[in-house]
Design a protein around this ligand. Structure first.
Ligand SMILES: C[S@@+](CC[C@H](N)C(=O)[O-])C[C@H]1O[C@@H](n2cnc3c(N)ncnc32)[C@H](O)[C@@H]1O
Length: 490
């Protein structure tokens, strides 16, 4: 019992920490003291106590400062993730704002954590005291939420903000508000250290074209700029110089096309590329995926059109200090799910040769990958290309002939950054035609992706392959932050 009192006393006097990062050191010193005084030398027990104390501290801060907690629905969503993913998610939340984000456990978590850690010490009085303390925290939270609602003049804006399922608690920032009608993003606290505010700069960058709106927030710039002007388009446009290939013959299936022996399109893949789970997931990356297309008899719900149903997941564009705009998901994306297609204007590569300042080109290099040109690695699932395809064994051709230019016209994919250890991968898909030089470029989830993780893919540049206007090699440092980072994008 002495330990419990000691613990509570320590917790009770540990106010005044402003940022989560700062807590760690202070907590560890508190933990050490406790272990000297009262606890036996079991390291696991000490760890549990430290964890408990950390949670208590944050709760008390909440009481004092009105900081955020994971919302109920967010918790629900997180419950679908593994423990590792949860910790990544929490870390991402903390990291993203650099400071001020209080990831705290709820009442039940605190009590059950403590009960599990110290079953023999969980006396009735302790439970009552904890409960009372947490009741006060919740009361405060509810009051702040009510105040927040009243402050928000534009009810529609309020309801549309962000992913509606997240906690809407606004943090003590009334005076920081610059545009009265634009409420702050509710799910993490103000970033005091770097910027001091964050701001919704656009409610939906797709202007209603995508099924889910894609908000844009900027917590880095003062004033908070929106992305430079471009026109959002949902489907590919084709430059006058590009000859659109003839449409490929379609299958005659009346029902969903899932079996290679029944559907001629699936047959081209060797085996079914998708499983039906979660609305269709790619089994493994392939050289190319043949999907059903406009000449097929199957309908839009066919299981072999997985990449054609638009963006299914709630995404958000946000500003990063070192990489510019970036994209993150607001909900869990399962491994193998299609995230988005890279959309822009289909151009000949020689048409854009002089446009060196445009960083929104995507070279369609499926052919180079299949022919393993310039160090590109083939996928595990090799596919024999149909004889009708203009893809041949011209291995002499090293440069992609076509590219997608998302500089002036594009979709959300243009904001996705590079990472040396990405969570998306590029998959070439053929649906309308079989010309692999003009394959569609679709980004799929390489792993289960938790809410708030930045979406990234490997741009696949060869080092020293980019030449500037002055004829010199251009270099760009990589800020992906992965332990295996190659240090340069190109
Ligand atoms: C297709 S755009 C991606 C969106 C871009 N961040 C923006 O602000 O619009 C590619 C550019 O983003 C930046 N970028 C992407 N990934 C990066 C990384 N890992 N490190 C540094 N800069 C990166 C580079 O400036 C690159 O030329």
């Amino acid at each position: 019992m002495a330990v419990t009192e000691n613990c509570e006393k320590n917790v009770g006097t540990s106010n005044g920490l402003k940022v989560l990062d700062g807590q760690a050191s202070e907590i560890s010193s508190t933990g050490a003291t406790m272990s000297n005084n009262a606890i036996s030398q079991h390291p696991e027990e000490i760890d549990e106590r430290k964890k408990y104390l950390r949670q208590q501290k944050v709760s008390l801060e909440l009481q004092d400062e009105g900081k955020a907690k994971f919302g109920t629905d967010e918790k629900k969503m997180m419950s679908n993730c593994s423990n590792d993913e949860k910790s990544v998610h929490k870390k991402a939340k903390v990291n993203h704002s650099d400071s001020g984000v209080a990831c705290v456990a709820g009442e039940d978590d605190l009590l059950s954590n403590y009960t599990n850690a110290f079953p023999h010490e969980m006396g009735k009085r302790t439970i009552l005291r904890l409960k009372e303390m947490l009741r006060l925290v919740n009361l405060k939270r509810l009051q702040s939420a009510e105040e927040e609602k009243n402050r928000c003049k534009n009810e529609e804006d309020y309801n549309n903000l962000g992913a509606g399922e997240f906690s809407r608690k606004r943090l003590r920032s009334a005076t920081r508000r610059q545009v009265p009608q634009a409420p702050d993003y509710p799910w993490y606290a103000i970033n005091k250290r770097s910027c001091g505010f964050f701001r919704l700069v656009c409610k939906d960058i797709s202007h209603g074209q995508e099924d889910n709106s894609i908000p844009v927030i900027n917590e880095c710039d003062v004033p908070p700029d929106a992305p430079a002007s471009f026109t959002y388009i949902k489907s590919m446009q084709v430059s006058d110089n590009v000859k659109v290939p003839v449409r490929a013959d379609g299958c005659r299936c009346k029902e969903s096309c899932t079996e290679a022996r029944r559907c001629s399109c699936v047959h081209l893949n060797g085996s079914a590329p998708y499983v039906t789970q979660d609305g269709g997931r790619l089994v493994a990356p392939r050289d190319v995926v043949f999907e059903c297309g406009p000449k097929c008899r199957c309908g839009p719900d066919c299981g072999n059109r997985v990449s054609q149903s638009g963006i299914k997941y709630k995404l958000q564009v946000f500003r990063m200090p070192d990489k510019g705009w970036a994209v993150r998901t607001l909900e869990k994306i399962p491994e193998g799910a299609p995230v988005c297609e890279y959309i822009g204007i289909l151009k000949r590569s020689d048409e854009v040769e002089n446009d060196i300042d445009n960083s929104y080109f995507f070279e369609i290099d499926c052919k180079q990958t299949i022919n393993e040109i310039e160090g590109r690695e083939r996928r595990l699932c090799h596919v024999p290309l149909p004889t009708s395809s203009p893809v041949d064994n011209e291995t002499t051709e090293t440069e992609p002939e076509f590219c997608i230019d998302a500089g002036s016209y594009g979709n959300v994919a243009r904001f996705i950054n590079h990472s040396c250890e990405p969570n998306l991968f590029v998959q070439c898909v053929l649906s309308g035609h079989h010309d692999i030089r003009l394959a569609r470029v679709v980004l799929f989830a390489a792993t289960d992706i938790c809410p708030y993780q930045e979406l990234t893919y490997d741009y696949g540049y060869q080092l020293d392959s980019v030449i500037g206007a002055d004829g010199n090699i251009k270099q760009m440092l990589c800020h992906c932050g992965e332990p295996n980072c190659r240090r340069r994008l190109y």
